[in-house]
Design a protein around this ligand. Sequence first.
Ligand code: ZN
Ligand code: ZN
Length: 429
Amino acid sequence: MSLLERNGLPVRPSRELGESLPGYLYRLYNANGHPVPTEIHASLSLLYSNAALDQREAAAAQLSAVAGELSDADWPRWRTWHGWLKQSYAWLRFCPLCLRENQLHQSIWELPLVTACPIHQTQLVEECECGRKLGWRWSSADWNCRCGKAFCEIDAPDAAQGTVVLARLISACSSVERGGRWPYAWRLPKEFHDLSLEALYAEIEFLHQLECKLHRHLGGIGVTKFPSASVGMLLARWPRNLDAYLQGWLERYFAKDHGSGIVRLGRNMPLIKLQTSFSSPLSAKAEPNISRQYLARFVDRIRLPVHGPGVYLIDSALLKQLDAAWLHEFYALTERSSHLHSPQAGKPSGADSRQATVMRQVIARFVAYAVTKQSFNTGLRRTARIWPALPEHSGTSLLEWLAHLIGPLHEASHTHLCYLREMLDSVQH
Ligand SMILES: [Zn+2]
Ligand SMILES: [Zn+2]
């Protein structure tokens, strides 16, 4: 009887739900008192390799002659997209606590980015305490290292929270594919409940790319080459963590703008560029892409963290029209006011202080204008920094903006308007 056929093995334990293919074969041969034959190791290596499809199919056929029918989940699909998205047969990793409970090697541990146990929240073990990296070929048949240490006795440190989130999501989405469910206690975001594993990996890749690109705009280094715990944290408490991350990024990005108070929300702004230009084949493949949709909504309702007087400018063509219209209104107003108003001397102090507030707002707008025209006068910029922020305004039509910017001028005194005009002329010429 051949050891490479199911009939050749008198003891045939059935394969458990979620058990990995190598894990099952290992257990099967162990139950029959044999080490895993070299041919089986070779076929497993081939199945998990980059070999041509027909070779991998031949390997799968040989393995199913021993293990019984293989499922889709046994087929390592994650090869072609990205460096991190791959499975390998060479090394094995496991949760010692899970192994202690049922002696089964879980297929979830083989999936890319699963480095924590979703149940015990500990790191998966890849190395024995004797320092050996654990490979399938060199582990003895009853889950022992060559040094004699039992796998289930190896100490597993606590996992980073982000890696637990990733492991739980991946576990959940792979169980969706197998018609399974996951513990309610995991509290996974409901948006992700019905995602296929493939779509989940696409989300992870999208968020990883987002992190890398946004980080680069801050001139930072330190984003990992492959998705890591930080992506898990972005997915946690969905979408609050992602929202906080994007807000934090905006704060840091515009903090570089040294109080000029002017922020241009043009097409060149990295976040907007990213939102429109993301076109990874992965993201295109997976519909709907939850993270991309969230990013689009975030960009739509963006509120810029400007500390100091400022205008929120949406687009540079609009900005030009706005400049011209503002100037026109302003000069018209200074000419009208010369015979409509007289300086408001002798008013009660309450009105004076109101006037002073309005004046500050007007000058803040003036400063904003001057800076927009890129007349970067140091004095003006310093002044801009100490004045309070303009009231927030979210209108986007030209008329709305103009009313917003010109309104306070109507309340300014003739003297103030003349002063403004002088300042304006000095900046213009
Ligand atoms: Zn575990
Ligand atoms: Zn060892």
